[in-house]
Design a protein. Structure first.
Length: 228
């Protein structure tokens, strides 16, 4: 592979670039209602995020008790996807400063990628509707490669596609999966998004932490500069 000299910044989506909880919560409540189950709190939905739609749906139904024990999980996932994908950006919005940061990375000569456990088409729909898709050199959802975060094939697949070096790659995310995929892929390091959905204690596992998305470019530049 002909390695390109560009540094690469890789963003998680939910809770990192995009405040997508409102749309996910709406689809979760719609799913429960379709089975005659009572609604759950938005905080409960938030606690299921980070491992992809399949895990989110399974956790929600597991927490619904006996009434949901006989529901076919695969059918429920299909029902959720059918409702969610066309409406994935109805209520979602970028975190304040997100577009400004993407512009800054582009101007500084970085490649930009998305590494999300969300379905790729849903991720693309959101970025397109929010006018952010053009900033990305590659968008890789959880269904893009043989496995998803925290398995390294997800992040390494992005790196190989863009022909950049792992030692010039930084991962940004708010979930433990983002920290672990960076570690498992042996890249420069990870930046924990303190503004996101993840518990702040996860930050101790990351290479660096950022209080605001606006701090990410400076932190990432310093991390890359330290590498030979």
């Amino acid at each position: 592979m002909n390695i390109k000299p560009y540094p690469l910044i890789v963003f998680d989506m939910d809770g990192t670039l995009i405040d997508s909880l409102p749309d996910i919560d709406r689809s979760c409540q719609t799913l429960l209602k379709s089975y005659g189950l009572p609604p759950i709190s938005t905080q409960s939905v938030r606690s299921t995020l980070g491992d992809g739609i399949k895990v989110t749906v399974e956790k929600i139904l597991d927490n619904a008790g006996k009434e949901a024990s006989f529901i076919d999980r695969n059918e429920a996932i299909e029902r959720f996807v059918k409702d969610y994908v066309p409406h994935a950006a109805d209520l979602s919005k970028p975190f304040e400063g997100a577009e400004e940061v993407l512009i800054k990375f582009k101007k500084n000569g970085w490649k930009i990628a998305l590494c999300s456990n969300k379905i790729t088409q849903a991720a693309k729909n959101i970025l397109e509707k929010l006018n952010l898709q053009s900033y990305f050199d590659f968008i890789a959802g959880g269904d893009c490669f043989a496995d998803k975060k925290p398995y390294p094939v997800h992040l390494l697949g992005i790196i190989n596609y863009l022909q950049v070096s792992p030692t010039k790659t930084v991962m940004v995310g708010d979930h433990l999966n983002d920290i672990l995929v960076a570690r498992n892929a042996h890249i420069t390091g990870s930046i924990f998004a303190e503004w996101g959905y993840g518990d702040l204690c996860i930050g101790k596992e990351a290479t660096m932490r950022a209080r605001s998305i606006k701090d990410v470019p400076i932190i990432a530049e310093k991390m890359i500069d330290k590498k030979p």
